[in-house]
Design a protein around this ligand. Structure first.
Ligand SMILES: *Cc1c(COP(=O)(O)O)cnc(C)c1O
Length: 450
């Protein structure tokens, strides 16, 4: 098999996610034969550096020997068993470790099988908690502009990226929306912390006005990833935690994308020193191997569901592959790598290199901002550097960068006009420098008038 034949076969039968299929007439999907560390190899033998961790899931490279070994071992024992009425050691050990690693006060682990369903679980649990607690008037959620929480209808409803949401609006529950503390919009000379703090009264007012009917506020701590890698300061989360307590509203931290070391700490919430009522985890949880998600919550929430069956207060939610044994074993191996290799500390060197290798982008005439949070670095292209007028979306400048980078053997997949690096943690400093060089050339090409 070669690239060409597989591309033809693919286009005859597959419908790809998040794609206008007609785009593939120009640039067909690339069939990947093999993965090895940061590298992906196609059927023509060409290599690509996976600079976006295959959509933010991969942490320790493709075909990681340690994770492979763990899954293979588990495969010989048990692939899957239902988790209602039954259990298995990987699910138990993983829950113990997640409880231990996550912010203090989170003592219960509920599994699902992808990030969107983790968000659905948190929304339903929050609503159901208040109901069990006799607060039947609570049925709304507060969300931030530009947020993203997944594609299922509940998750889409609490998200706010118009490109994904607008079409389906008539199908979605209504939410209360507060302006995001997105530091891209801070005044010149204003710190990110000052800006995030300055925006908080909007949230406070919303809570004050609607707390009687609000179950929870849902946020992506520190980085709105799908929302073009926009960032805010931890101070916003500290203020939000205090306000949620004051107004008796839950706080749902969606760390599906930012968990597991992405922001420089194991979990983003740590940087604000807060414990959410619900912590949603997925993506990196299995090191990028298998679909699995978890929602961690407090004993207060757990206890509100704990009663005689006939009280009908139980959380009767499940997915077929809830807590899959192979996925849990991959997650355990992933957590082993974190502890054995001192990953959070090691990543500081890589994050610094991401910073230094892109410093000169700040002077590029079509770059409005280079922003970074740990192992996420984003470069925002604009038409006019002074006014920050964006390029028209129809021009698809990001796609030009994507195309150029692929030619050069780098998988960058810009979000609109935002080029970003979110590499596996096994990337080297030299490879980061290479990403920066390719991104620079790609941006040059995409922003030069033709
Ligand atoms: C990707 C993502 C989700 C959805 O996860 P899926 O596994 O793709 O369903 C939810 N929240 C955030 C913050 C995400 O980045």
């Amino acid at each position: 098999m070669n690239n060409h034949d597989l591309m033809q076969d693919d286009l005859a039968v597959l419908w790809h996610p998040c794609s206008q299929m007609k785009d593939y007439e120009q640039l067909p999907p690339i069939p990947i034969r093999r993965g090895d560390g940061v590298w992906l190899e196609d059927y023509d033998g060409k290599y690509y550096i996976d600079a976006i961790s295959s959509w933010w899931v991969n942490l320790f490279g493709h075909a990681n020997p340690r994770i492979n070994t763990a899954i293979t071992k588990q495969l010989g024992l048990l692939e899957h068993v239902l988790l209602a009425g039954f259990s298995h050691e990987p699910a138990i050990r993983l829950a113990e470790r997640l409880v231990h690693l996550s912010p203090p006060g989170l003592t219960r682990c509920f599994y699902a099988d992808n990030g969107s369903s983790a968000v659905e679980v948190a929304l339903k649990m929050s609503y159901h908690y208040w109901r069990n607690a006799g607060q039947t008037q609570k049925n709304k959620f507060i969300t931030l502009t530009n947020s993203y929480h997944g594609e299922t209808l509940g998750a889409l409803a609490v998200g706010n990226v118009p490109l994904y949401k607008e079409i389906y609006a008539p199908l979605l529950m209504e939410t209360l929306t507060v302006t995001s503390p997105d530091c891209f919009y801070r005044e010149p000379g204003e710190s990110c912390a000052d800006y995030s703090q300055r925006l908080f009264p909007l949230m406070e007012r919303m809570l004050e006005q609607h707390c009687q009917t609000v179950c929870a506020v849902i946020v992506e701590p520190l980085v709105q990833c799908a929302g073009s890698m926009r960032m805010h300061d931890p101070v916003y989360l500290s203020l939000l935690r205090a306000a949620c307590d004051k107004y008796h509203v839950h706080l749902i931290a969606d760390e599906v994308a930012v968990g597991f070391g992405r922001t420089g700490t194991m979990f983003a919430c740590e940087q604000a020193g807060i414990t959410p009522d619900f912590l949603c985890l997925a993506k990196g949880l299995t090191g990028g191997y298998l679909p699995l998600s978890a929602v961690l919550t407090t004993s207060t929430v757990y206890q509100a569901f704990y009663d005689d069956y006939t009280k009908l207060s139980a959380f009767l939610h499940s997915h077929s592959y809830t807590g899959n044994a192979l996925a849990c074993s991959a997650a355990l191996a992933t957590l082993d790598i974190f502890s054995q290799d001192n990953v959070i500390i090691q990543n500081q060197t890589l994050a610094k290199r991401m910073h230094t290798s892109t410093l000169h982008f700040n002077d590029h005439p079509h770059v409005a901002e280079v922003r970074q949070c740990g192992m996420i670095l984003a470069i925002e292209m604009v038409k006019d550097k002074k006014t920050r007028e964006p390029f028209a979306w129809q021009e698809r400048r990001g796609r030009q960068v994507y195309r150029y980078a692929l030619e050069k053997g780098v998988l960058l997949r810009p979000l609109g006009n935002v080029v970003y690096f979110m590499p596996p943690y096994v990337i080297t400093e030299e490879q980061i420098q290479h990403l920066a060089d390719v991104a620079w050339q790609g941006i040059q090409l995409a922003t030069t008038p033709t």
